[in-house]
Each structure stands twice: as C-alpha cells, then as structure tokens.
Ligand binder design. Structure first.
Ligand SMILES: [Zn+2]
Length: 313
C-alpha cells in the first residue's frame, strides 16, 4: 500500500494556531448522569424491589434495541419481560432502576436499532444506559464458561459478575483499553488514515489496542509508528469514551509529528494516509458528508469530538 499524494483530493494547508486544543465537548457515552448502584447489587430484597419498580431495555445479540414512534428507547415494564433472572442492573436514573435483558428482535413488532445509529439522537443518560446494556450483555454471552476450569458460570451481583459452579472463581466485566490519537503538525495539518477494508472515502485519526505491559503513551508511539511510519512527540491526554463494540475504552490523545517525514502506511492495515488541512476538516465536519474526497467519523465517536476540537477550537 502506498499513500496517495494527490493534493487536489485532500488539501494541504498553511500556517495557523498551535496544538493546545481540547475536545470540543464531552464525548457521547462518556458523560452519563446515571448512578451506577454498586451498593444495591448484592441485597436480594433491594434487588427484587428495584426489578419490580424498574424499566427494562431489551437488547438483541446484534446490540439493537426497540425504538418507539418518536425515536426514543422503548423501555418495557418488568412484568412484560419475565422474572429478571438474567437481567443486568444498568443503574438508577431519575430514581428508577434501569435493567438490560437479552432478547430477540424477531419477537417484536417494533423497529430495532443500534447504538451507532441512535447515539446522536439520544440524551446522555439514555445513550449511557444503552451503551452499558450492550457491553454488559455481550460480556455475559462470552463468559458463560469458567476460564480456569471450564465449568459453567452463573450471573451474580445483579449482572456485574459471574461465579463458576466448579471452582467458585469470580469473573468481572472486562474493558479493553485502546488508544486513539490525533496526530497534527503543531500548525494547520492533521494526519488521517483509512483502514484497509473501509469504504473509499472514510478517514479518521489513528487508533489501536494497548498491549500487555504497555503504557498508554507507549501505545500511542508504537501504533502511530506501526500504522504510518512516523515518530510522534508532545503526547497529551484529551479524554476518553466507553465504546462497547464489543468492550473497548477509547483513550484519546493528541501528538505532534513532522509533516515532512515520509508516510509508510502499514501494508494490509492502513490503505492510505494523508496530511489534511484544517479548512478541509472543518468543511467535512460541518457538512457531515464526503468533502474533498473524505468522510469523517460520526458525531457519536470520540474521533469526531477530537477532530472538532482541533479544527474548530
Ligand atoms: Zn472454574
């Protein structure tokens, strides 16, 4: 794979402000006002009461949930769902317990939609509850057998742990840290890449999973170098976002690289990479469509907030 140098397709800019930008706003899914009711998870009487007085979000194996005619989440009454045996307690919102239950979309007459589609339309609380339900239920699907002895496990602590029936080992929901980094030149250009397999015009900032024994900053240096072959400096934390597809925590950074250094997109991983000027990024963000041959990430993603902070801040 080679980086295209067609400056007509993706522009190159002149001088502008430096690199002291922040996220333009807190990323969606990262600012949920929901109370995570850890103290309520263990007491059977409290849990039973929370179930009876709660509201339930059905989520299918593809991460979709039913939506009402107004485009809001269609919460169910507990009585319509069952006894709560396999429900997970998402938290308390406005004094009402919110639960998630694995369900099947074909049993419903409602439209079912996923977090990527609905995320931009939902408020912080509903987006956060939906994200927690998607991630937590997906973890239960994958944790049905003990990693130590292979015996079956059962849900405990209102869905916030599983216990093995063979060796009593307890397993907790896992999150995989992943760094995402906006690399800029300290002036007016940002480095964007298109992953192999993405549509032709889809570009974003660079990202990758943290490896065992690696710091977040080390991950930023390694991933950027592996993906496009450039060294970065001035690594700076911007913010984070849970990303339950299936269980990532995106940790956002900014870093500076030399735009004169040759780009070497990783064969088979990065299809192309370019330095893009601020004005073209602004236009692509404002139109939310393909501009100058690139389409940027949707508003739900931390990548979008990072690019907005850099381009419009
Ligand atoms: Zn076990």
């Amino acid at each position: 794979m080679t980086a295209r140098s067609d400056s007509e397709r993706i522009g190159f800019g002149g001088a502008s402000s430096g690199g002291g930008f922040q996220l333009d706003s807190s990323p969606l899914l990262a600012s949920s006002p929901v109370e995570l009711s850890d103290t309520h998870r263990d007491d059977p009487d409290t849990v039973a009461e929370l179930w009876r007085g709660g509201k339930v979000l059905l989520v299918d194996e593809y991460g979709r949930t039913p939506v009402d005619a107004e485009g809001s989440l269609a919460w169910d009454a507990p009585g319509a769902v069952g006894d709560g045996t396999n429900a997970v307690l998402l938290g308390l919102h406005q004094g009402v317990a919110r639960w998630g239950v694995r369900a099947c979309a074909r049993d419903s007459e409602l439209l079912w939609s996923d977090l990527r589609v609905l995320g931009d339309w939902l408020g912080d609380a509903e987006a956060g509850l939906f994200a927690t339900a998607v991630g937590l239920l997906a973890w239960h699907d994958r944790a049905r057998y003990c990693a130590l002895c292979g015996a079956g496990t059962e849900r405990i602590r209102s869905g916030w742990a599983r216990r093995c029936g063979g060796c009593w080992h307890e397993e907790y929901p896992r999150t995989d840290p992943s760094m995402i980094c906006l690399v800029h030149d300290g002036a007016d250009r940002v480095l964007l890449g298109r992953k192999a397999g993405w549509p032709d015009e889809r570009f974003s900032v660079l990202a990758g999973f943290v490896e065992m024994g690696e710091s977040l900053e080390g991950c930023v240096r390694r991933e950027v170098c592996e993906e496009v072959g450039v060294e970065v400096s001035d690594i700076r934390y911007l913010g984070s976002q849970p990303w339950p597809f299936p269980r990532s925590l995106m940790v956002g950074f900014a870093a500076v690289a030399d735009p004169e250094a040759p780009l070497h997109p990783a064969d088979g991983e990065i299809a192309e990479a370019h330095w893009v000027n601020r004005e073209h990024v602004r236009q692509a963000l404002e139109t939310n469509a393909s501009v100058h041959g690139m389409r940027l990430p949707p508003g739900i993603s931390i990548a979008h907030r990072m690019l907005r902070g850099w381009a419009l801040g």
